[in-house]
Design a protein. Structure first.
Length: 171
């Protein structure tokens, strides 16, 4: 995995920033170690404690090698540094994100309206299903657009998976 990604993941897990110090790392580590220790009784504390150990070791090593948590990219001489992409500048991602948000909202609304009632995939027995299908139709079209018009996009596979997942509402 890329060093910058590892650094960002570890900093995030320990609730630290690039400007954090070695003392911040030590303090936060001890607080989280108490919280996530396997003897704390939480069912997932074992996993979290293991993740904490992994990220702590990485950050200690990174700090000793670099002196701070600021990532310094290595530029190749003679090559101009590219302008970083602005967040949200990928139109395919924006379309995917919009579809995912609409899908989530539609399904959550459906389950909120049908709370404590049996699930029927027959329109005659479930009028809320008609409304859900109506709300999911534009979502389905967005996913289909990504899959058919942008098959090489990193969002195409997840869009295809999402299409398959929401198809259950039309069975």
């Amino acid at each position: 995995m890329d060093q910058k990604l590892l650094l960002n993941e570890a900093l995030s897990f320990l609730h630290l920033t690039e400007s954090s110090t070695e003392q911040d790392l030590k303090t936060t580590y001890h607080q989280l170690a108490k919280k996530y220790h396997p003897d704390s009784g939480e069912f997932d504390s074992d996993i979290l404690f293991h993740e904490l150990q992994k990220h702590h070791e990485f950050l200690k090593s990174y700090l000793s090698d670099h002196g701070s948590f600021r990532f310094k990219s290595k530029e190749i001489p003679g090559h101009n540094k590219k302008e970083p992409k602005k967040e949200g500048s990928d139109p395919i991602f924006n379309l995917y994100k919009l579809a995912k948000e609409e899908e989530t909202k539609a399904i959550l609304d459906y389950f909120e309206r049908t709370k404590n009632t049996p699930l029927h995939l027959d329109e005659l027995k479930n009028k809320n299903l008609i409304e859900l299908r109506f709300k999911l139709e534009p979502v389905r079209k967005k996913y289909q657009e990504i899959v058919s018009e942008h098959p090489d996009s990193i969002w195409a596979k997840d869009s295809k998976d999402s299409l398959q997942r929401i198809s259950v509402w039309w069975r």
